[in-house]
Design a protein around this ligand. Structure first.
Ligand code: SF4
Length: 350
């Protein structure tokens, strides 16, 4: 049984691993091809490797993936998974179909220190930053469980703040993107942050798309809903977004959760428009998904419509998320006490 998990290595780390063992660097490419591109982990089937090297593989690597605790399928095609992360901890991943896309929302941490008030995960302190193999494992397990719904897009928008676990998140992005491996375009990968301004340049460097959880149209409201705003205010955040745009030419996605009586007035809509109008972006408005003890309510549909129409009238590029997987969403609390945090079982509608 190998001593290290193969799925913890990106290409450069694997090359380094082989070089320090006196092996050829190109072994890393060969292994990536077998494991990621062809889905083969049995060394005996890796026919272009020497017999001696094949015999060594089981001593070097394990190919363990997080075990699936639950898998729920919605009538609308949404698939929800609960994965075991050891030590009695678990995280969720959700596969969301929309047209010809299947977007996988992955988790990066168990618990979260950012303490956004509307978020269920934020009520629980950070318990664990996931390893590369625990992030890759979500992708690989879902890929295997849903062969009829090939994953086309990935969003780091599940449990945890991805930029609070940058090493594992960006190593995973490299593996997902690697041409010898999964070969997923970086433009199909989105990292969503609550606003860790100093880490946003890492997203730019990675080539992934940037989404920002804004959820407040002025510093007073945002600081109340998202404590991170006291460290980096809206101006600092928007400056970092503009820098990202200049570096990548990619539009930013701003997510804005509509909380009844807190973020959903027409004045908030106007403020939001003026705040973001100079940043190349689209706005995703997300009616709050109520959960027990959140202290917030979802606005009435009429208020949501008014908010959206005001933004459209002003000329914003705005999308509204439609809830998906209602039939399995109801069971979320039974899956995991930390479930139901992000409004993630959703897709976009104009
Ligand atoms: S919304 Fe994201 S960053 Fe905020 S507490 Fe929840 S998991 Fe953490």
């Amino acid at each position: 049984m190998g001593t290290v998990n193969f799925y913890d290595f990106n290409m450069s780390a694997l090359e380094q691993f082989f070089v320090t063992r006196g092996e050829k660097k190109f072994r890393a490419q060969q292994m990536f091809q077998w494991v990621y591109a062809r889905g083969i982990t049995d060394p005996e089937q890796m026919t272009n490797l020497s017999k001696a090297f094949r015999a060594e593989i089981p001593q070097l690597f394990s190919f363990d993936l997080p075990q699936t605790i639950k898998h729920l399928s919605s009538v609308d095609g949404t698939q929800k998974f609960l994965f075991d992360m050891g030590d009695n901890m678990s995280v969720e991943s959700v596969l969301i179909p929309s047209g010809d896309r299947n977007t996988l929302c992955v988790s990066s941490e168990v618990g979260c220190n950012l303490a956004c008030k509307f978020c269920f995960t934020g009520k629980q302190k950070l318990l664990k930053r996931l390893s590369v193999s625990q992030i890759m494992g979500q992708f690989l397990q879902v890929k295997q469980a849903c062969p009829d719904q090939p994953i086309t897009n990935i969003v780091f928008m599940g449990m945890g703040e991805p930029l609070d676990n940058p090493e594992a998140v960006f190593a995973s992005i490299e593996i997902l993107n690697n041409t010898w491996g999964l070969n997923l375009s970086r433009k199909k990968i989105t990292v969503s942050t609550s606003g860790l301004v100093d880490k946003i340049p890492l997203v730019s460097k990675s080539g992934a798309r940037l989404a920002v959880s804004l959820n407040g149209s002025n510093d007073r409201v945002r600081s109340d809903v998202m404590p991170i705003n006291k460290k980096w205010n809206i101006k600092a955040l928007l400056d970092a977004c503009l820098e990202h745009y200049r570096a990548t030419n990619d539009k930013i996605t701003f997510e804005y959760v509509l909380l009844a009586g807190v973020t959903d007035s027409l004045d908030h809509a106007r403020e939001l428009y003026h705040l973001t109008k100079n940043v190349p972006c689209k706005l995703n408005i997300i009616p709050f998904n109520e959960h027990p003890d959140s202290g917030y309510q979802r606005p009435k549909d009429s208020a949501i419509d008014r908010f959206q129409h005001e933004l459209i009238r002003l000329g914003a590029h705005v999308l509204r998320r439609k809830t998906m997987g209602r039939d399995i969403f109801a069971a979320c609390g039974q899956l995991n006490s930390t479930a139901n945090k992000h409004p993630q079982l959703e897709t976009l509608s104009q």
